[in-house]
Write a protein of this length. Structure first.
Length: 340
């Protein structure tokens, strides 16, 4: 059944983190929470142009700037590729898991989410809620149990939604004001302030002022440095966000550092395919500096695993020694033997 209302707890104003958000970011939060596309897992459609059209004075750049703020605070997790946004604490505060039938609706809504990143964060939030409130009735539902078995992603490791590009006119070298610095501003050749004149409408010709990396990303024409990393990295999902994260990461490390870090991560014997990070997540967290992954096997399992390996080595040595002995005694006659 579709939602016909939104539940907003007035205790939200008691949250210091929420009160630190700008009015624009708070407005976007309430727009998303009351969106008709928001499902029972807290995921809504992410279409900045449609969101901007909901308010006469809003622009797409205003929406993107507010989205960057919500994303930086991990209030919202945005996947631009799949056009989905997750209100991260929705499940926690909406009380759905305490109602068995609604808990099934959460699991069904999760199944309909396309973004692997958002799916992973939903699992993370559900596991955290179950740890804090194991008595909730919905945990007994099989469908929800299946969701809890899915791979999780820490929201702190998700890439931040990027700010819109800032463009300058011929006689301008900077933009003053923290909010202006975060929005896309176009100034005429004789204008020194964005206030007196209205911002002209963006046309197709303005694309020439975009950085080369933006143009390449839009057409999926990636530079060789990134392609080399992508071929090495063990998980091949969500390439475009990974490229955006690569561009930012290259300001903090050399391509060689990142590349060799990816090789170490790929070849780490304790890395599991199920829990392998998205490329964008790995890059945003500077994971090329990480050491080896911890041994995931339980202590009770490690001894037998080493014993079996030692047994195979001993058997192989015995077979090789036997082959050598047979060869010495029988020359070129057929030899039978198989390594384990």
């Amino acid at each position: 059944m579709a939602r016909d209302h939104a539940r907003i707890n007035i205790a939200i104003w008691g949250s210091t983190g929420f009160r630190k958000l700008s009015p624009a970011a708070q407005h976007l939060y309430f727009v998303l929470v009351t969106s008709s596309t928001l499902n029972y897992a807290g995921v809504a459609d992410w279409r900045p142009k449609r969101l901007a059209a909901l308010s006469e004075s809003w622009t797409v750049d205003d929406v993107d700037t507010a989205a960057h703020e919500l994303s930086s605070a991990h209030v919202a997790i945005i996947d631009d590729d799949t056009e989905e946004v997750l209100i991260r604490t929705w499940i926690k505060h909406d009380g759905l898991i305490d109602q068995p039938r609604m808990a099934v609706s959460v699991a069904n809504a999760y199944a309909g989410v396309s973004s692997l990143m958002i799916r992973g964060v939903i699992v993370h939030e559900l596991r955290k809620l179950k740890s804090a409130k194991p008595e909730l009735k919905g945990w007994g539902k099989e469908k929800l149990t299946e969701v809890l078995d899915e791979p999780e992603i820490d929201p702190n490791e998700t890439p931040v939604y990027p700010l819109p590009e800032v463009r300058f006119g011929a006689n301008q070298s900077s933009v003053s004001g923290s909010h202006l610095a975060q929005t896309e501003v176009q100034l005429g050749p004789n204008q020194t302030s964005p206030t007196p004149a209205p911002t002209p409408a963006t046309t197709t010709s303005s694309c020439s002022s975009l950085p080369a990396t933006e143009s390449r990303s839009a057409h999926h024409d990636y530079p060789d440095e990134f392609e080399m990393f992508w071929q090495t990295y063990p998980r091949k999902d969500d390439k475009r966000p990974a490229f955006k994260a690569w561009d930012r990461a290259r300001k903090r490390a050399s391509a060689d550092q990142i590349y060799h870090g990816a090789i170490r991560y790929r070849d780490d014997p304790n890395r599991e395919e199920t829990y392998t990070k998205l490329g964008a997540t790995w890059l945003s967290a500077d994971s090329w500096d990480n050491g080896p992954l911890p041994d995931r096997t339980r202590p009770s399992e490690r001894g037998p695993a080493r014993n079996r390996a030692q047994e195979r080595m001993d058997n192989n040595r015995a077979v090789i020694e036997n082959l050598r002995r047979i060869e010495e005694n029988y020359g070129d006659e057929p030899i039978q033997g198989e390594l384990l």
